[in-house]
Unconditional design. Sequence first.
Length: 312
Amino acid sequence: MEFFRFTRDIPFMRHAKVFNIISLVVFIAAVVFLAVRGLNFGVDFKGGTVIEVNYAEHADLPRVRHAIESLNLGGEFSVQGFGSANTVLIRLPLKEGVSSAQLSEDVMRALQADNPSATQQRVEFVGPQVGRELYSNGSLALLLVVLGIVAYLSLRFEWRFAVAAIIANLHDVVIILGFFAFFQWEFSLPVLAAVLAVLGYSVNESVIVADRIRENFRKLRKASVPHVIDSAITSTISRTIITHFSTQLMVVSMLIFGGEALHYFAVALTIGILFGIYSSVLVMSPIAMWLGVSRENLVKPERATNPEKILP
């Protein structure tokens, strides 16, 4: 299906240096923000107390937040809907000298003073050790995904595409983290899940473009490498626009209607999808070209089907 047809190939590779300079500047800025400001880890990683509270009627989240703010607990906390409109999930950071039980009692006392129908369903304490383990396991998961992508692309295509694709995909990941560091948005397990999803989403786009480049090397035997890549990108633009627009509609729905629970998950996906389009087309392809990809790397020489017999 094609909604957008182009009669001429768009000369993307002619402006490859400009695109990659822009990418490098954004990438360096993201690294600087990560180094200077760091990520604002949520309770999942830093540890804290999680309280599930149920109300007899629809929970008023602003009133719940106001009641907790009146306790002056210090540090950031989150209040979000959970499961139904009557249930609230409260995440509180660690507080020195105050146990999880005492903290939950103080919170419930404040909530019941505001609304007597508030009842505590459960209390969970996430210790710093658990948070460090989640951080380590999340980093390991990210590393394994990266290694898997490199191995897959090396086997399916060629090592130049594997290197180019992983640079482009890590470019997306670092930029997502850079946004979270700059704005100090809470980095939680759902956000980590979004980052891993973006990696898979970006590599899918990279495979589509790489596969079309390989196909063009077979069809355009006398064309130059930049021309082959330009033709491949142009021919996949319609598919890229349709796929990413459809995906982004779903993500925007989560962003608008998903509430606080899905807010930063949807934000991370939005950033990743937008930069994923850019990197798969305008970062991966130029890097593969500069690494020296050619027809000989991707197309195996054809063997003669009826070889002539050499008579003695």
